[in-house]
Design a protein around this ligand. Structure first.
Ligand SMILES: Nc1ncnc2c1ncn2[C@@H]1O[C@H](COP(=O)(O)OP(=O)(O)OP(=O)(O)O)[C@@H](O)[C@H]1O
Length: 243
């Protein structure tokens, strides 16, 4: 699907099993550099599993994964974590202030996050510097997700993995987070791989889409494919809306 762009991540015939059950089968394809690709498909299709393979949280049983031209298992874990960031629906936080949470990734690497740098990260996600001293327990869902995204930006990742980051947000916050991700993509050229159950969102913000079913990638291409899928199962899924 992506011959017109360089791949940021490439899967070559990847399988992944849990306790003998094949969760992913023969995954082959590329996520284009600097583009937004959405992963859509029914619950249990294997989307989160595929995302976790992209940053080394899981390793394949068979096949190869490349980040740019390098095999994923040739990266040191810290190097991989810097290159490939991840944000989750639950936006997990440690107790304490926003600053404490933003500083965490650098602390884990034995470094310190300066106040100005922390303010600049908040600025990047559209939050005022005064949020640094706020307790994370006092944040709204949308603010929490923005802080979670700011925390991933600390390492200036080339690739950002997003797992259902807007599914618990109200409409206004959802739109703000969509715009924020589009801005990060444009401003920093960050490659985005975004799991969403919201097909309208995939059409609105995605350049490309992978449709997954039963552990396989059944259709890929420009996001427009979701308007008129070639595959009958994808057609039924799209017509049924996001389950
Ligand atoms: N730790 C685990 N142990 C056993 N089975 C698992 C585990 N993690 C995932 N699975 C199974 O693997 C399959 C794929 O799960 P995965 O979470 O990747 O799907 P998904 O497409 O992300 O689903 P959803 O949209 O509901 O998040 C499911 O059948 C799930 O039950």
């Amino acid at each position: 699907m992506t011959t017109d762009y360089k791949p940021a991540i490439h899967f070559n015939n990847v399988d992944y099993s849990i306790e003998g059950n094949k969760i992913l089968r023969g995954i082959t394809g590329s996520f284009p550099e600097g583009k937004i690709t959405t992963l859509v498909g029914p619950s249990g299709a294997g989307k989160t599993t595929l995302l976790k393979l992209c940053n080394g949280l899981l390793s394949p049983d068979a096949g190869d994964i490349y980040i740019k031209d390098r095999q994923i298992d040739s990266f040191e874990p810290v190097e991989l974590r810097r290159k490939v960031g991840i944000a989750l629906q639950s936006a997990p936080m440690v107790n304490g202030t926003v600053y404490k949470n933003l500083a965490l990734p650098m602390e884990l690497q034995g470094e310190e996050l300066g106040k100005e740098q922390a303010e600049s990260l908040l600025h990047d996600v559209g939050l005022d510097g005064k949020f640094l001293e706020r307790k994370t327990s006092d944040l709204s869902g949308g603010q929490r997700q923005k802080v979670s995204i700011a925390r991933t930006l600390v390492n200036k990742p080339e690739i950002l993995l997003l797992d259902e980051i807007t599914s618990s947000l109200d409409r206004t916050s959802l739109k703000e987070v969509e715009e924020l991700i589009a801005l990060i993509n444009r401003k920093f050229g960050t490659t985005i791989i975004w799991i969403t159950h919201n097909l309208q969102q995939a059409l609105d913000i995605g350049d490309y889409s992978w449709v997954m079913m039963d552990g396989e990638v059944v259709e890929t291409g420009r996001s427009d494919l979701l308007r008129a899928p070639a595959n009958d199962r994808v057609k039924a899924f799209v017509q049924g809306g996001a389950e």
